[in-house]
Design a protein around this ligand. Structure first.
Ligand code: SF4
Length: 336
């Protein structure tokens, strides 16, 4: 059984300013300061409970990791490295801000066995970055990304959709500019309005209106398709479901199964584009669609949503599994 990484959240300690959308404690769901003992306890638990811990990374998330006090940062890394250096885990992953990456920081990370670095880029539009008080520019994202890749780390990038002052066009442009940096992984987070954020005040005063869930699904399905085609793995789509997120939610396109909804939408789009691209007009509006068994539920959609949406367009489909098909293949059979 494949296990996720050993996730350790380091809330907010290293942030120079407060981004408009961020309620860091709300997102990570953790209010206490993490100690080296916590890191060791998480590692010990994973060793006891994971089938193959050596395939997992110890991951420090939730803050600007390389912006925290250097001694504190090294104490956490040292605790993690004591396990990684003995081969219990495959490496260490950290997430941080683009303006907190430089050569000395990368040397320190290398010394402690860090293998993957994720940057919160969020947008590549400088007006959007300023409006959301990110405190860095798109050029800094490019500079830090190149430094990370050239130093032999695996690069991960994070972007957000629907930010204050952003548009669909700007979000798509952000994805294109990030893809040029050749990250190994991407995380895509639709902006959610959380309590106790500046964005919440902007929302309450009517100066920010979050995109609808449906519009966000359309956009994120397109982004997912784009990154898939660029062979860049999207390892996260949508915020994690958590009690604290539920408590802090104010507005925005949140859904606990957001990725699955995007994948269903992607399937729907592919099917509709197949119909649009038919050179000869089909004389039927009834189709059998075969998909790989692992894609069946996504093709049908939550609560048979895709089948219902197609029926609204006058198209009848039955979707069935075909074990000979690969994950990205679909076979469409018109029923005359
Ligand atoms: S840098 Fe990241 S953790 Fe810090 S306030 Fe901004 S979004 Fe939140």
């Amino acid at each position: 059984m494949k296990h996720s990484n050993v996730a350790i959240f380091v809330p907010h300690n290293g942030c120079p300013m407060q981004c408009t959308f961020c309620n860091q404690r709300g997102i990570t769901g953790q209010k206490n300061v993490v100690t080296p003992s916590d890191v060791k306890a998480a590692a010990e638990t994973a060793i006891k409970t994971y089938d193959n811990p050596q395939e997992a990374e110890i991951a420090f998330f939730g803050g600007s990791f390389t912006g925290i006090d250097p001694d504190y940062m090294e104490s956490l890394l040292s605790a993690a490295y004591s396990y990684v250096s003995k081969g219990y885990f495959k490496g260490i992953r950290i997430s941080t801000r683009p303006d907190y990456i430089n050569v000395p920081i990368l040397s320190t990370l290398k010394r402690y066995g860090v293998t993957s670095i994720e940057l919160g880029a969020q947008s590549m539009d400088d007006e959007v970055l300023i409006a959301n008080r990110r405190g860095h520019t798109s050029k800094q994202v490019e500079f830090a990304s190149k430094l990370i890749s050239n130093s032999g780390f695996s690069l991960g990038l994070q972007m957000m959709t629907g930010m204050y002052k952003s548009t669909v066009k700007k979000d798509i442009e952000t994805a294109k500019r990030l893809a040029i940096l050749k990250p190994e992984t991407m995380r895509i987070y639709p902006t959610i309005v959380l309590k106790q954020t500046e964005l919440s005040a902007l929302y309450q005063s009517g100066r920010y209106t979050p995109p609808t869930l449906d519009d966000t699904l359309t956009l994120c399905a397109e982004l997912l398709d784009f990154f898939n085609n660029m062979n860049i793995r999207v390892i996260r789509l949508g915020l994690h479901d958590s009690e604290s997120l539920k408590n802090d939610y104010v507005a925005g396109p949140y859904h606990p199964a957001f990725r699955e909804l995007c994948e269903s939408r992607l399937f729907l789009n592919k099917f509709l584009s197949y119909l649009n691209n038919l050179t000869t007009k089909s004389s039927t509006n009834t189709y059998t669609v075969e998909v790989a068994p692992t894609r069946l539920s996504k093709a049908i959609g939550q609560k048979k949503g895709n089948i219902a949406l197609l029926r609204q367009k006058g198209i009848n489909v039955s979707i069935i599994p075909n074990s000979k098909l690969k994950e990205d293949q679909i076979k469409i059979i018109p029923i005359e």
